[in-house]
Design a protein around this ligand. Structure first.
Ligand code: ATP
Ligand code: ZN
Length: 284
């Protein structure tokens, strides 16, 4: 029994999808120019596909699970389950117009022609905002549509915005924020569910490791109580006595997004020699 996973064959999600599996301890012989590959040390078969086809393959059960952008998932609207956000492939689906046009509110899009590969998401969005525009579905190079007179605006994926800039466009409205997600077929059998849970356990360990840091510091003993209150840790901080009398070493785990706030409070409470190190895997 093997779990079958579909990932993008070549594109923005490919490298990180393979790296995620690798970080989970799963080695796949490089699938370049191949349709599928088998993992050496986990009962996993990998299919390399176009990202647009992944939701359908997972719904049909040709693949049991898949890695795909939320943008594609929403556009295709297939009957699959989102299991876990993966934290990469982050982008926005945005509406952009020529830089020299004015834009005050979404109402300015009324009666415009908007070119996009995401006609379903866009039409729902416009309907919700009570805007009536004409949607032109095109499959690629959407950003050149205004320049060649095919459309007045576009709705396309953006990350840094440099493609928009080089085509004389400006972003005026974010329709959707997206990242890569792990999706699953809704009718996995018991054995496959077990394999998926095993994989998911590893993915979660990587994800929490990435969002946490290990912190070590020295503190005067009389400040220990205050410092431990700032540092909750996984259970509670570890405290070890230093050779120098009246001082201790404190070890704990802090969340990446609270990191700088915590460091400031620690310093204010007399912490010294603060070291922060990355965590490779974290099992909570
Ligand atoms: P395929 O040949 O598999 O159909 P594609 O050209 O449709 O590939 P890519 O451009 O490789 O797709 O993008 C794959 C996914 O990467 C997108 O659907 C999106 O979720 C994500 N992504 C992240 N940043 C960006 C970006 N700046 N532009 C486009 N996609 C992005
Ligand atoms: Zn695609």
């Amino acid at each position: 029994m093997k779990l079958k996973i579909a990932i993008q064959k070549s594109g923005r999600l490919s490298e990180e999808s393979i790296r995620l599996l690798k970080d989970c301890g799963i080695d796949i012989s490089n699938g370049l120019n191949k349709l599928k590959a088998e993992a050496a040390n986990f009962p996993l078969e990998v299919f390399f596909l176009r990202d647009d086809d992944i939701p359908q393959y997972v719904e049909d059960g040709v693949a049991d699970i898949g890695i795909v952008g939320e943008n594609v998932l929403l556009e295709k609207n297939k009957n699959v389950k989102t299991v876990e956000k993966l934290g990469f492939g982050k982008c926005r689906l945005s509406i952009a117009i020529p830089r020299d046009k004015t834009f005050n509110s979404i109402k300015d899009l009324n009666k415009l022609r908007i070119a996009t590969s995401y006609s379903s998401i866009l039409s729902h969005y416009l309907k919700k905002k009570k805007v009536k525009a004409e949607i032109h579905e095109i499959s690629g190079s959407v950003e050149i549509a205004p320049g060649i007179g095919l459309a007045d605006a576009i709705c396309d994926l953006v990350s840094s915005g440099s493609t928009l800039l080089s085509n004389g466009l400006k972003e005026v409205e974010v329709v959707l924020r997206s990242e890569a997600v792990l999706v699953s077929n809704k009718n996995l059998n018991k054995d496959k569910k077990e394999l998926l849970n095993k994989l998911l356990f590893r993915i979660k360990a990587l994800r929490s490791a990435k969002s946490n840091k290990y912190i070590l510091l020295n503190a005067p003993n009389k400040k220990l109580k205050a410092i431990c209150d700032i540092l909750p840790g996984m259970k509670s901080p570890t405290i070890l006595p230093l050779e120098e009398k009246g001082w201790s070493s404190v070890h704990s785990v802090v969340k990446e997004d609270q990191f700088w706030d915590i460091i400031e409070k620690l310093k204010d409470n007399g912490a010294q020699g603060i070291l922060v190190v990355p965590i490779e895997k974290m099992i909570v």
